[in-house]
Design a protein around this ligand. Structure first.
Ligand code: NDP
Length: 279
């Protein structure tokens, strides 16, 4: 029998989305928060993510629009699309689904979105606000992870947290969130030495590597909270995380499943950010 309690991201996200729906339906005279999602090309994983985001918007009563651009669109065309969305009063949040085709510059695109409509929280303004302890629109995946950590009821100040993976969209803002919550975060990456020892010392482990079952269960300290951000597709078509779930369950106090852990929380955070942007 696994010892760990499961942090059910799917159920928690559904609760958050339902609450947002109640808020919106209680103000029928107000323009609903509006989210524009820009999808360039036809990456199959991106199409799934975009569909999930749109479904959640519909469920909560948000206005959502999908703008599709061809895979061979130019950077100028994408920037012009963002400019139009920046200027619209009925669109409060803009999200450009990543990754973008090779001919496009992701950084320039991110910086073109008006910071107050940047519901992904990737704009330097929003990252800077988080760094300076004055968060505005917070990156969705780390925000969702913080919601999950709060649900454990564990006091966060003073905890040692290890994050594996330093991407701009997950690992780095995750470090800032944990620091803001009073943890002592260690941000690990491919050049990190003695990774196993670092993970073994952690009260909280956040895995965002993108390698199936990269973290074995015997790296997990007894009683740790394990948050698995990874979403990896196996040859048989099934999904798994970056942590070896079955063995990690033997020592962790709390663990997120994949699927059904962090993924749905990212979508719930996006809706929260869109409501916040509309306010
Ligand atoms: P990236 O590929 O951008 O980053 C991966 C990170 O892992 C890098 O920082 C890399 O280090 C590090 N890494 C790679 N190999 C090792 C190693 N051997 N030891 C230690 N660190 C290593 O990934 P993302 O952050 O975009 O995504 C990570 C995972 O999370 C993926 O599976 C992705 O699908 C998933 N994801 C899930 C989301 C959700 O909502 N649940 C949202 C976003 C992503 P270095 O920088 O040194 O190369």
């Amino acid at each position: 029998m696994p010892q760990a309690q499961v942090l059910d991201g799917k159920a928690i996200a559904a609760e958050i989305i339902e609450r947002i729906g109640q808020q919106i339906s209680s103000k029928p005279d107000q323009t609903p928060p509006g989210l524009a999602v820009v999808l360039v090309g036809d990456n199959p994983a991106s199409q799934v993510y975009v569909r999930n985001k749109q479904r959640a918007c519909t469920r909560a009563g948000l206005h959502s629009e999908l703008i599709r651009l061809a895979a061979d669109s130019t950077q100028a065309e994408l920037l012009a699309t963002i400019d139009q969305l920046n200027a619209r009063d009925d669109i409060h949040g803009i999200l450009v689904q990543l990754p973008l085709p090779d001919q496009m510059d992701e950084h320039q695109v991110t910086e073109r979105i008006a910071a107050h409509k940047d519901v992904d929280g990737f704009h330097p303004h929003n990252i800077g606000r988080l760094l300076l302890r004055r968060p505005a629109l917070r990156p969705c995946t780390p925000k969702g992870v913080m919601t999950l950590l709060q649900r454990t009821g564990i006091a966060l100040p003073g905890r040692d947290a290890v994050i594996v993976g330093q991407s701009n969209i997950v690992g780095r803002p995750m470090m800032l969130e944990l620091l803001l919550a009073g943890c002592t975060p260690t941000l690990c990456h491919s050049k990190t030495q003695q990774l196993a020892e670092k993970v073994r010392a952690a009260d909280i482990v956040v895995a965002a590597v993108g390698i199936p079952r990269f973290i074995p269960g015997d790296w997990v300290k007894a009683g740790a909270v394990v948050i698995d951000v990874g979403i990896n597709r196996l040859p048989d078509g099934s999904l798994c995380g970056d942590v070896d779930y079955a063995t990690a369950c033997q020592s962790a106090a709390w663990i997120t499943p994949v699927p059904g852990g962090v993924g749905p929380m990212t979508v719930a955070s996006l809706l929260q950010n869109t409501v916040q942007a509309a306010q």
